[in-house]
Write a protein that binds this ligand. Structure first.
Ligand SMILES: *[C@@H]1O[C@H](CO)[C@@H](O)[C@H](O)[C@H]1NC(C)=O
Ligand SMILES: *[C@@H]1O[C@H](CO)[C@@H](O)[C@H](O)[C@H]1NC(C)=O
Ligand SMILES: *[C@@H]1O[C@H](CO)[C@@H](O)[C@H](O)[C@H]1NC(C)=O
Ligand SMILES: *[C@@H]1O[C@H](CO)[C@@H](O)[C@H](O)[C@H]1NC(C)=O
Length: 304
């Protein structure tokens, strides 16, 4: 009897500890934010702007200001974007992705109103800094995303996936059916882009990224680990090759799509996303691709 109640007390204590852990430790950093549908959907525009200008410049050497200037709502021109040295197939794919992002920006703007495009930093140096952090070394020569198709695809690996998990993260917090329908439709194309980029990289998984002596797999695994460190909310990002325990149904080490134990997409909150795209691990410290921080109510609120 005594040992049983002792056991129950212990169990209760354990449950209490778990509760404190979840409430006190996990939640403040990782809990969803409270915001209305429009603000949540507008937050996604930050990533859509980043993708639009990175893809359009990479494929064509010009950006949103040349194709649909009104959608930037007077935001400053992006710094450092340029045409990448791509093979013809990759160029066609990236060009298409760039146009798709223009469509996404238009759809969001028409549905919930636009926000001013934030200052973007698409310079080779901004990518080089992020790659150095991800690889935990100083790559020499500095990583240049615009040098060739492999480098460009590795740089692209950094972006749509973050947009994708961000859209998944908004779904439980949306009130209106029209918002859900818009986000699901954006998510469909975003997931497709991520899958194509990862598929193209997977075909080259064992190729060495010249002149670093590291493979494509090495890069993707490190970039994913780095994003998990910056996001600070556990493993929500996996490279192209994983230990079998992280593969689909624990049966494979290939990981062309990054997903959880039931092969469901991971989700991230706006704060997690900002910690990653700022490259600083803090939603209050802009940097990386957004040297002055993101636009819209949510990003501005989190900055304080
Ligand atoms: C872009 O990033 C690079 C590398 O961090 C930095 O040197 C440069 O000043 C940044 N440009 C802008 C406009 O923030
Ligand atoms: C980065 O490298 C340093 C020194 O080489 C090492 O101490 C540290 O553990 C590494 N960090 C990660 C996250 O791998
Ligand atoms: C690169 O990958 C190979 C095999 O996949 C592994 O043995 C090696 O440790 C990795 N190197 C780095 C720096 O991650
Ligand atoms: C895969 O392994 C993990 C532990 O590593 C386990 O939690 C999970 O249930 C396993 N999944 C399947 C489908 O066997």
């Amino acid at each position: 009897m005594a040992s049983r109640s002792c056991f129950s007390a212990l169990l209760l204590l354990l449950v209490a500890f778990e509760f404190i852990f979840v409430i006190g430790v996990t939640l403040p950093r990782c809990r969803p934010i409270v915001a209305n549908d429009n603000d949540q959907i507008q937050f996604a525009l930050n990533l859509e702007f980043l993708e639009a200008d990175f893809f359009l410049f990479g494929a064509l050497g010009k950006g949103l200001d040349d194709f649909a200037p009104s959608l930037a709502l007077g935001g400053p021109p992006p710094a450092g974007g340029r045409m990448a040295n791509l093979d013809p197939t990759t160029r066609r794919i990236i060009e298409e992705f760039g146009y798709q992002e223009i469509g996404h920006i238009r759809a969001i703007t028409q549905s919930v109103g636009g926000i001013r495009r934030p200052q973007l930093n698409l310079s080779a140096e901004a990518f080089a800094a992020i790659m150095n952090q991800a690889m935990n070394t100083t790559l020499s020569p500095p990583f240049n995303p615009y040098a060739n198709s492999i480098n460009y695809l590795l740089a692209s690996y950094v972006i749509p996936y973050v947009g994708l998990v961000g859209y998944v993260g908004t779904i439980p917090n949306l009130d209106r059916k029209t918002s859900l329908s818009l986000v699901a439709s954006l998510l469909g194309v975003e997931a497709g882009q991520d899958a194509v980029i990862r598929g193209l990289l997977y075909e080259r998984a064992d190729e060495t990224v010249s002149p670093y002596g590291l493979t494509v797999t090495n890069f993707t695994n490190r970039i994913s680990e780095f994003r998990n460190r910056l996001g600070m909310c556990g493993v929500k990002d996996e490279g192209l090759m994983v230990p079998v325990q992280l593969g689909a149904e624990n049966r494979t080490t290939s990981n062309i799509l990054s997903a959880d134990a039931n092969s469901l997409s991971y989700s991230r909150t706006p704060a997690e996303i900002l910690r990653i795209v700022y490259g600083t691990g803090s939603e209050r410290s802009p940097g990386g691709f957004f040297p002055k921080g993101g636009s819209g109510r949510i990003a501005m609120r989190l900055l304080q």
